[in-house]
Design a protein. Sequence first.
Length: 168
Amino acid sequence: MPEILALIRHAMQAERDGYFHYRTAAQRTDDPQAREIFEKLASDELAHHKMLEETHAAYEKSGRDAVLPEIIGGPSVDLTAPSPIFSPEFRERIKEKHFEMSALSIGMTLEQNGIRFYRDFAAKAQHPELKKLMEFLAKWEESHLEALSKQIKYLQEDYWSEARFSPF
């Protein structure tokens, strides 16, 4: 039981880290669409944290017999657009957008770590509801990773060219 509680606390910290990362990105970007999406991502991380907090409380109270909170919510980023985070105009100003590109890259690392953590946790979980929650959170984080990855791919060549990352 202490191991489960420690794993849940670890996940809560990771979600809090993600929240502060995306909130900072929303505050620092001058792209209105990106601000809105980063705020949605921050909100998603808070929703994850809340589910984990409620799960932690249920385990503290009832142990292995815990009744876990209802799983609610889901991905909030539209992945159908070629540029799911930034506005089309952002690409025209890519040369000075080092912070935003770094925010995408750091976000991808956070999401990859989260996915791996939740999948590993789900594989170990014996409580069916806990397993279901961890699988749900992994899929939600996968949607975040997909949006960030798609955005980087959309901007990467222009950014590398403008930042002179290539020799030609």
